[in-house]
Ligand binder design. Structure first.
Ligand code: AMP
Length: 287
């Protein structure tokens, strides 16, 4: 496995490899866990060689967010990638990714107004701009993203469609701890009691999914109220949002739940902000 830090060398490595193999790309911010490694496995099933990018992207963090505190552990990450059969890590530093006078931003309108876009202004501009840059620097055949960041996945799909980018975007299921908590690099910030309370997110989501699938028709408003109530009861939880949205537009739904929707939550435990989501479907056909 090769660790590349120079964007020019990165592009050359991918372009050369493309003559012989398919290449899969996995953009990450590092502090790799089994959620990230599930993307590696998915990529290896479709593509012969896999590149993981590790870059804590400053432009997607707002003032007062955890950019400085975000875990950085390249050595451990490299060992995990090596063991997983990754071909290259691309780990540039900030100066290799952004000119000091960089003045171009990629912004996807509409679906970034909701959910995390409402509570983290500018966040998705940072995400789409860095992902567009990575797609140019590492021109792979396909890129893999987790449904854990559902709004990010849908926003990147929209960017790729709207800008005719020549890359397949593949969404992969959320990997969870045995007690249901979605794996996240930020889980390591949780105190032991917060870690226990944090299971309330997935518990509330799975309960809501079962209610929609198994009970008589329920309204969006009732379901959201019930989920809010359940999470509020968890020790130290402060809800940022609980919303039931259309899976494509991410517009909030209203009224009777009569089709598949996505239930999305963001909750603070102290400084630590966790997100999670799940499909709900009155026909019961959720994977
Ligand atoms: P991050 O390093 O947090 O920016 O995440 C990099 C990629 O890994 C994104 O596409 C995430 O959606 C994905 N990811 C993070 N956590 C999980 C998880 N628990 N299950 C599946 N994918 C995940």
């Amino acid at each position: 496995m090769e660790i590349i830090t120079d964007p020019v060398k990165c592009r050359l490595a991918i372009k050369t490899a493309r003559h012989q193999t398919r290449v899969g790309l996995i953009p990450t911010m590092g502090a790799l866990h089994d959620g990230h490694l599930s993307l590696v496995t998915a990529a290896q099933q479709n593509d012969q060689r896999v590149m993981v990018t590790i870059f804590v992207n400053p432009t997607q963090f707002g003032p007062g967010e955890d950019f400085d505190a975000y875990p950085r552990q390249l050595e451990q990450d490299a060992a995990k990638c090596e063991a997983a059969g990754v071909a290259w890590i691309f780990a540039p530093d900030k100066s290799a990714m952004y000119f000091p006078d960089a003045s171009t931003t990629i912004r996807v309108d509409g679906l970034t107004r909701h959910l995390c876009g409402a509570s983290r202004p500018g966040h998705f501009d940072g995400v789409t701009t860095v992902v567009a840059k990575l797609f140019h620097v590492a021109p792979a055949h396909a890129a893999y993203f987790g449904e854990k960041d559902f709004q990010q996945l849908q926003t990147i799909r929209r960017m790729v469609r709207d800008l005719d980018m020549d890359i397949d975007v593949v969404g992969c299921p959320i990997i969870r701890e045995p007690d249901g908590l979605a794996l996240s690099s930020r889980n390591q910030y949780l105190s032991p009691s917060q870690r226990v309370a944090a299971t309330s997110l997935s518990q509330a989501l799975f309960r809501a999914q079962a209610v929609v699938a198994e009970q008589p028709p329920v309204t969006v408003e009732k379901l959201v109220t019930d989920v809010r109530q359940e999470i509020t009861m968890a020790e130290g939880a402060t809800i940022d949002y609980v919303e039931l949205v259309d899976e494509t537009s991410l517009e909030p739904a209203t009224g009777m739940i009569d089709r598949r929707l996505r239930l999305c939550v963001a909750v603070y435990f102290g400084e630590c902000r966790l997100i999670d989501n799940l499909a709900v479907d009155p026909t019961g056909s959720v994977r």
